[in-house]
Design a protein around this ligand. Sequence first.
Ligand SMILES: CC(C)(COP(=O)(O)OP(=O)(O)OC[C@H]1O[C@@H](n2cnc3c(N)ncnc32)[C@H](O)[C@@H]1OP(=O)(O)O)[C@@H](O)C(=O)NCCC(=O)NCCS
Length: 192
Amino acid sequence: MDAKTVYLREFGTPRFDASNTYVSDRATLMGDVELGAYSNIWPSAVVRGDGGGWVRIGTHCNVQDGAVIHGGEPAFCVQIGNFVTIAHCAMVHGGSIGDYVCIGIGAIVLDGSHIPSETIIGAGAVVSPGKKLEPGYIYMGAPAKPIRALSDKDREWLRYNASLYVGLGQKAITPDVITPPPASTGPQRVRF
Ligand SMILES: CC(C)(COP(=O)(O)OP(=O)(O)OC[C@H]1O[C@@H](n2cnc3c(N)ncnc32)[C@H](O)[C@@H]1OP(=O)(O)O)[C@@H](O)C(=O)NCCC(=O)NCCS
């Protein structure tokens, strides 16, 4: 499957190794975007390195359905570490993110903020522009505030989820061949 990648004369073309990364053909990558090995980008995600800002995504990261990552200005490039989850419909607009981080479903990370390694941003949270967070905490709310320290279970989950998505991505690169039932079979009825 060919991902929707857009070359921009001024900003270059997205770069990734299609033999080990999964980029959905319904995701859009534009301009100066780089993706590390075993990372995966899911349908409807948009990653844009245009307007002078670039986007660097490390290895074993997942950018889930509907997420948006934008490095829009030179001052607000996006640097993402390794084993990072950018969950469904999350938004990262400028800023940097360490390793083993989850940006939760629908969360918003704004320009110039820093999310350190081993941090969970809860679903729907908003990280304010320029905010430098402390590592090792779960943050919730708008503006995002530390709620509690990560437990061993949370740290395990950060690793598990990134690995899970690496596996899903690898399956999607080489999808199983599914043989549909013959048309004449029709819907199965439950008989009592
Ligand atoms: C933030 C989060 C990690 C907290 O998990 P937790 O520590 O198990 O928290 P709990 O479920 O015990 O909830 C504790 C309290 O916080 C509230 N809460 C939980 N998540 C919240 C969130 N994202 N925003 C605001 N409040 C939240 C709960 O309602 C509960 O409130 P109460 O004490 O008044 O009942 C989790 O809720 C979350 O948002 N995870 C992100 C999931 C995600 O995006 N996964 C990626 C897809 S793979």
